[in-house]
Design a protein around this ligand. Structure first.
Ligand code: MF3
Ligand code: CO
Length: 236
């Protein structure tokens, strides 16, 4: 899993460097595919329930599962990129939201709060803790900042399959849920909206958008629970 997650992190780093005004997400998709091939890995999302691409590209008010398009990114946009691979029979999965050039202060605050909430959750991924400790840490961090966590999509266990038990919600009650044990690996992935947490799936059956048109951000790491504490396998 370390090897698969290393590949995910390397490729997301390369993609992040390419995000600027004028670049399209279709170009990012091409890069992701070329770099995946170079590393003899397989893009995890392509073909998963017929999803067509290696990347999920979700700009602005798209929450998750946006598909690459030829529309150029523009100054002030934010772009969520979600990417996973299968390598030597194991999966890795990570996401981040990137500012395109300079973004307004509220957008910057949303990105910071979402990324920090992920780390607040990761801090609770320790042996003896409970799943709800992670969920609660994410939710409370986000809500203190005045943002809202998406309810309709959740993180997940990950390993020989992309999605394994347990589901990892970004909202919940501390001290509840399954007991965390060394060797468990979780994809923790807060999706955070600027305004209401309500989202809808578009006609294409994939693209998830905020109902109120507010911005949405998404950060994700694949994290192992170990005796030495949380190990972030997809750290960039
Ligand atoms: N990180 C997302 C997830 O874990 C990406 C899945 S996109 C899909 O669910 F196409 F694979 F569904
Ligand atoms: Co995931």
């Amino acid at each position: 899993m370390r090897a698969a997650c290393r590949i995910v992190a390397e490729i997301l780093l390369l993609l992040r460097e390419q995000v600027k005004p004028g670049v399209s997400t279709a170009e990012l998709e091409e890069l992701a595919n070329a770099e995946t091939l170079k590393r003899k890995a397989k893009a995890a999302f392509k073909g998963y329930c017929n999803y067509p691409s290696a990347l999920c590209c979700s700009p602005n008010d798209l929450v998750v599962h946006g598909m690459p398009t030829k529309t150029p990114l523009k100054e002030g946009d934010i772009l969520s990129l979600d990417f996973g691979v299968l390598y030597n029979d194991f999966y890795g999965d990570a996401a981040l939201t990137i500012p395109v050039g300079t973004v307004r202060a509220g957008a910057q605050a949303l990105l910071a709060a979402t990324e920090e909430s992920l780390y607040a959750g990761i801090d609770k991924a320790v042996p003896g803790g409970r799943l709800g400790d992670i969920s609660h840490a994410v939710q409370s961090y986000v809500e203190v900042k005045g943002f809202s966590v998406v309810r309709d999509f959740v993180g997940h266990g990950i390993g020989r399959k992309l999605h394994e038990e347990p589901q990892v919600p970004n909202f919940g009650t501390a001290g509840t849920g399954v007991r965390l044990k060394p060797g468990m690996v979780l994809a923790i992935e807060p999706m955070v909206n600027e305004k209401s947490y309500e989202v809808k799936v578009l006609e294409d059956g994939w693209t998830v958008k905020t109902c109120d048109g507010g911005l949405s951000a998404h950060f994700e790491h694949t994290v192992a629970v170990t005796d030495k504490g949380p190990e972030i396998l997809t750290r960039i």
